[in-house]
Design a protein around this ligand. Structure first.
Ligand SMILES: O=C(O)CCC(=O)C(=O)O
Ligand SMILES: [Fe+2]
Length: 325
């Protein structure tokens, strides 16, 4: 049975009419920031490293990660897992450089302060980002964690939390992705280390704590939903996993995993590539809501209820090479 897609009030049953950046600008206004420390900490930019060539990157991003049985069990139980060395430091450096190039093309320097900047579908435009998004290494981890044979791409996402940007509100992604399945995972791959002061992704565990908050009504105009989730998790002593990310470390979270992220009070942008994959064969929900944002951009031509398999949702695992064998 499909879980989730609940507690959304009636007035959300309308399409999001603007783009995905406008969606993020709105979404971060729903976070409660009253207890945040706000002093900006000056930290140096990521150290310069020699970048891998295209072919070195290709080899790295198609080499399988050694995922263990314990990793899979932990993911099933907790709804997320952090994995070290998903990317080499040099691959992180190249990712950051390319994401910054793309972000700078879209967002003028004088219009970034305190914002949560987002870009999607970069893999279509950038051959470098394509390697990280269609990566057999990343997609196989995702398929194995979900215990499914084959995954497709929902979307890629650059998430740049600029210095001074506040928290990301508590949520699970099932509210966001209009996919009629719970076999959905997001690979959250930071393009630099993320100390606590930069706002790492943090998770409530175990996975089933979403049941504690599933009846809270979502309010699109204020921070009440975010505050209520915090309150209920506190009252139930829910364990919040909030740790820094080392260079090359990535997390993978399920679409029912409740997560948030702190504010960025460092002097550097917190840049992340977040790729979302889902089990091949999934359909679009019958009634996407405004919380699904600009979803038609990611699944062009798909009607509510239809199978998601557009040219922008390629099968990423098994990899093309493997499928040909
Ligand atoms: O990067 C963030 O602060 C939030 C990202 C997120 O919610 C996600 O990737 O599902
Ligand atoms: Fe999320």
């Amino acid at each position: 049975m499909l879980v989730g897609q609940n507690a959304l009030s009636e007035d959300l049953n309308q399409h999001w009419e603007q783009d995905n950046q406008a969606w993020w600008d709105w979404y971060v206004t729903l976070a409660d920031n009253k207890d945040n420390a706000t002093n900006i900490i000056d930290i140096p930019p990521i150290q310069h490293l020699d970048m891998p060539s295209d072919s070195e990157l290709g080899v790295e991003l198609s080499t399988p990660y050694k995922l263990t049985k314990d990793h899979k069990l932990a993911f099933r139980r907790d709804g997320f897992i952090r994995l070290p060395n998903v990317l080499s430091p040099a691959a992180v450096f190249r990712l950051r450089k390319e994401l910054i190039r793309l972000l700078n093309k879209t967002f003028p320097e004088n219009n970034k302060a305190n914002r949560f900047l987002s870009l999607e579908m970069m893999w279509i435009e950038s051959p470098i980002i394509r390697q990280y998004v269609l990566s057999p290494r990343i997609a196989k981890i995702s398929a194995d964690l979900l215990s499914v044979k084959s995954v497709r791409l929902y979307h890629d996402n650059a998430l740049s939390k600029e210095p001074g940007c506040g928290r990301t509100p508590w949520h699970y992604d099932d509210h966001h992705f209009p996919l009629e399945t719970n076999d959905v995972v997001t690979a959250w791959m930071p393009a630099q280390p993320v100390p606590l002061s930069m706002g790492p992704l943090s998770f409530a565990k175990p996975l089933n704590v979403f049941n504690l908050v599933k009846n809270i009504t979502f309010n699109k105009n204020d921070t009440s939903y975010d505050k209520k989730v915090t309150e209920i998790f506190k009252a139930n002593n829910v364990s919040i996993d909030s740790k820094p990310f080392g260079i090359g470390e990535a997390s993978f979270h399920h679409n029912l995993s409740f997560h948030t992220a702190g504010n960025n009070r460092t002097s550097q942008s917190r840049i992340v590539l977040a790729n979302t994959y889902f089990a091949d064969g999934a359909r679009v929900v019958k009634e996407p809501t405004m919380v699904s944002g600009d979803w038609q951009k990611f699944i062009p031509g798909a009607d509510p209820g239809g199978v998601v398999a557009s040219e922008f949702n390629p099968v990423c695992w098994p990899s093309i090479k493997k499928r040909r064998v």
